[in-house]
Ligand binder design. Structure first.
Ligand SMILES: C[S@@+](CC[C@H](N)C(=O)[O-])C[C@H]1O[C@@H](n2cnc3c(N)ncnc32)[C@H](O)[C@@H]1O
Length: 475
C-alpha cells in the first residue's frame, strides 16, 4: 500500500487545543507525521515529558497505546482532559448550576449603580476608568469617590480552599520568595476563586469536574493583576488612540502598574465558551469519547517513573524535554498548581533555573538528562525509534545528546526543523534558545533498508538532513 504524501502544514492551536495555555507547547503536526511513519496501530508509544498532552490524544486517536510521564500535575490534568473529555451537554448543565449559585456573590461584589462592572482600569492604586455592558455594548465610565471607596485595593485575605503558591527569587520571571498571592490577585478575585472551588467540588461527574477545574486554572491569569492595558494605535492615522484595550497574561509574573481587573466571572465564562465550542466541534467530527488505544499517565519524575516500564516494550518515543534554562515549567505553572491544590516536586524537575536557591545547574541537568535517555534506550524495542526535540545553547547539553550515538547502539536517522504557525510563539520564550528547534530521530539497532526508505519519505520535511546538526551553540 502506498502511503499518502507527507505534508507539514502547521495550523496553530484551535478549539480544545487552544483553551488552556501551556508553556512551550509544540505543534502537533510535527509529531503526527512521526506517529504515522515510525509506528503502526497497536504499537506502544511513550513521551516522558508530556507537557500539554496533545501527543497522547493523537497517539490514541491513531490506534496506538501510549504511556505519558510528566512531573507537572497540570500537564497530567490536561492530558486526562484530552483523553476523557466531558459531554458538551453535561458541561452546560454544570455551568448553569454554578452560575446560579455564584450570582449572589457576583451581584454583591461587582454591581455599581445597578449595573455589573466588567472591567476596572487601575493605575497602581487608583482607578482611572471602569466598564459596564449595556445592551451588549461596552460603556466606559469615570469613577467617582464612592466607586473608588467600594473598589479600593485591600491586601488582607486568607485563602481557604487552595494552597499558597511557592515562589523563588527568579528575576527572569518576576518572582521573589516574598511574593504573595495577594500581590497577584485582588481580594475580590481570591474570594471568587475560593467560592468557585467549593461549587466545583459539588460536581459528581468526574470528567465534568476535572474540566471545570481546568476552566478555572485556564482563566486564573486573566483574573489576576497581570493583565496589562493596551493603548492602541489607529491603523490608518497612526495616532495613539485614547481607547484602552484589555491585554492578556502572557508569561511570568509581571504585574504592570497600569492593568485591568477583569470581573472574574467573565474570565471563567469566556473560557467555558471556548471549551464548549471545542467540545461541540469535536463531537461533530470524531468519536472523541471512544478511546481507541489504551493510555497510561504517570505523574512524577521520569528518571524514577521510567523504571516501571518493561525492557524493549516501546516502539516509538516522541519527546520534547525541557531545554536547559529556557522555561522553568514548575515555577511558571505554580499559579495553576496552587489554585488546583496540587503538591509540586520542584526538587526533581529537569531544568536549569535562574533561582539560585533551587541549585539547578547545567551539570545537574546533563546528569539527569543522560540518566533519562539511558532509561529511554532500555525501554525501546530493537528497531524502535526515539524522536527528540532539541534546542539548547549549552555546549554541555548538546554534547550529552550527540554522544548518544557513541554510548549506545542508537543510530542517527535524520533531523528536521520544527515548524511553527505564525501565532504560536507567545507560549514560548526564545531567550536562551537557538533559532531552530530540531527534531532528531534515532533508531535502536539499524536496519539499513528500512532506514533508507524512511529517509526517502521524510526528506520532504523542512531542512531535512541525514547528518546531525553541528553543535553551533552561541555561548
Ligand atoms: C518542553 S515541555 C513539553 C512540551 C510538550 N511537548 C507540549 O507540546 O506541550 C517539557 C516538559 O517536561 C516536564 N518535566 C520537567 N522535568 C521533568 C522530570 N524530571 N520528569 C518528567 N517531566 C519533567 C515539564 O513539566 C514539561 O511539561
Amino acid at each position: 500500500m502506498t502511503k499518502e504524501k507527507i505534508d507539514l502544514e502547521v495550523k496553530g492551536y484551535k478549539g480544545l487545543e487552544a483553551f488552556h495555555k501551556y508553556w512551550g507547547k509544540k505543534p502537533i503536526e510535527s509529531w503526527n507525521i512521526l506517529i504515522n511513519e515510525l509506528s503502526t496501530p497497536g504499537d506502544l508509544l511513550l513521551d516522558p515529558f508530556l507537557g500539554s498532552g496533545l501527543v497522547a490524544r493523537e497517539s490514541i486517536d491513531k490506534n496506538r497505546s501510549f504511556v505519558g510521564i510528566d512531573i507537572n500535575p497540570i500537564s497530567i490534568e490536561l492530558t486526562n482532559f484530552f483523553l476523557n473529555p466531558p459531554k458538551a451537554k453535561d458541561l452546560i448543565s454544570a455551568f448553569e448550576k454554578i452560575e446560579k449559585n455564584m450570582k449572589k456573590y457576583l451581584t454583591k461584589t461587582y454591581t455599581w449603580e445597578n449595573e455589573i462592572v466588567t472591567h476596572i482600569l487601575w493605575n497602581d492604586k487608583d482607578v482611572s476608568e471602569y466598564w459596564v455592558k449595556r445592551k451588549n455594548k461596552k460603556i466606559v465610565l469615570a469613577p467617582d469617590e464612592e466607586f473608588r471607596k467600594k473598589f479600593k485595593k485591600v491586601k488582607k485575605y486568607t485563602i481557604k480552599n487552595f494552597r499558597k503558591p511557592e515562589f523563588f527569587n527568579n528575576a527572569r520571571i518576576n518572582t521573589n520568595n516574598n511574593l504573595d498571592i495577594s500581590d497577584i490577585f485582588t481580594v475580590r478575585a481570591l474570594e471568587f476563586i475560593d467560592l468557585l472551588l467549593l461549587e466545583i467540588a459539588k460536581e459528581k461527574n468526574t470528567s465534568v469536574k476535572r474540566a471545570l477545574r481546568l476552566l478555572l486554572s485556564s482563566s486564573a491569569g486573566q483574573m489576576s493583576n497581570m493583565v496589562f492595558a493596551v493603548t492602541s494605535r489607529g491603523k490608518t492615522t497612526g495616532k495613539v488612540s485614547t481607547r484602552t484595550e484589555v491585554g492578556s497574561w502572557a508569561i511570568g509574573y509581571w504585574r504592570p502598574q497600569t492593568h485591568f481587573e477583569v470581573n472574574p466571572w467573565f474570565c471563567f465564562e469566556n473560557k467555558k465558551n471556548k471549551m464548549l465550542k471545542g467540545l461541540l466541534e469535536a463531537e461533530k467530527v470524531s468519536s472523541l469519547n471512544v478511546n481507541k488505544g489504551v493510555a497510561k499517565l504517570m505523574l512524577g519524575d521520569s528518571e524514577k517513573k521510567l523504571k516501571n516500564i518493561e525492557d524493549s516494550s516501546i516502539q516509538l518515543i516522541l519527546t520534547d524535554p525541557p531545554h536547559g534554562d529556557r522555561i522553568p515549567y514548575l515555577e511558571l505553572s505554580e499559579l495553576w498548581n496552587s489554585i488546583l491544590g496540587f503538591k509540586v516536586d520542584f526538587k526533581n524537575e529537569l531544568v536549569v533555573s535562574n533561582a539560585k536557591e533551587r541549585s539547578k545547574s547545567d551539570s545537574d541537568y546533563t546528569k539527569k538528562f543522560t540518566n533519562i535517555i539511558n532509561e529511554c534506550y532500555r525501554v525501546l524495542k530493537d528497531n524502535g525509534y526515539l524522536a527528540i526535540m532539541f534546542n539548547s545553547k549549552s555546549k554541555e547539553h548538546w554534547d550529552a545528546l550527540v554522544s548518544m550515538q557513541d554510548g549506545y547502539k542508537l543510530n542517527f536517522v535524520g533531523r528536521y526543523n520544527m515548524n511553527y504557525s505564525a501565532g504560536s510563539i507567545v507560549q514560548d520564550n526564545r531567550e536562551g534558545g537557538l533559532k531552530n528547534d530540531y527534531v532528531l530521530i534515532f533508531a535502536k539497532g539499524l536496519d539499513s533498508t528500512k532506514t533508507k526508505s524512511i529517509r526517502n519519505r521524510l526528506k520532504v520535511l523542512p531542512e531535512w538532513s541525514n547528518k546531525l546538526p553541528e553543535a553551533k551553540h552561541d555561548s
